[in-house]
Ligand binder design. Sequence first.
Ligand code: SF4
Ligand code: MG
Length: 324
Amino acid sequence: SEPVLSVRDLTVEFRTRRGSLTALDGISLQISKGEVLGVVGESGAGKSVTGAAVIGLLAGGGRITGGEIRLSGLRIDNLPERQMRPIRGKRIGMVFQDPSVSLDPLLTIGDQLTETIRVHLNVDAAGARRRAVELLEETGIANAEQRLSSYPHEFSGGMRQRVVIALALAGEPELVIADEPTTALDVSVQAQILELLRKLCRERRTALLLITHDMGVIARMADRVAVMYAGRVVEVGPVDEVVRRPRHPYARGLMAAIPPLTHRPERLVQIPGSMPRLSAIPVGCAFHPRCEASFGPCERSRPSLRRDGPVDVACHLFDADAAR
Ligand code: SF4
Ligand code: MG
């Protein structure tokens, strides 16, 4: 059946005084009903830009200059804002790293939830209130009825993020985009919040686009994973496969950097070097200055995604035609 989200050859550019910078360079992604797609990479890889492009909220002069985005078949990348606004929140729910982006400190949890429910669903005030209580209960908040009159600051960080998840699901969306949903939280509550998000999306068959820098989160949460580097997808496939045998040297580096669950080591194995700035993306394979496996063609030619077993990988090591 038709994917819930289909991104094809998406290119996003940012206009600056010194010219235009390519933040996304022809990326393609698909998510089916009830599926969790993890998008992983270091800061600057283009993960958040991808999420922002899907919800039509590119900031700072960013614009889509190529490709298309479809939500259950409907093209949404070229919709005027007045048509996009009702889709945001209703058909696409959002969970951001910082709960204060989604929660108004001056409104009670109950007002925010019932308001969101009434905007998106055709229910009266009493029905919205009932639904708000149910949603809070589903997100694991005790004494939900009484909690409606609490303000965000009266909640812990973990509880606030539970409310944000309730808000994201209030419109019964077909897709949820979660951008580093637990990065700001205590390590001890991160796993609970992630589990909750996955469980609630699974039960509703809601597609989840999970954006994170943490390959450990991907390994626990995702069905499929897309590894991004310098505005491109460099490896995409079933999570078990990518975790067990990452093919792209960058994906291997991310796997090696997963902290163990049991303790925080002094130092993680890090990938040497850093993500290039958008104004200085290396020619050929953008990863070549950091890649230990770099060889002949890597500095000259850009590898495209090719099938290797159940995954697609953009690396000359997996390209039989590349000169060795
Ligand atoms: Fe490394 Fe070359 Fe593969 Fe790029 S194409 S990841 S430089 S081996
Ligand atoms: Mg980000």
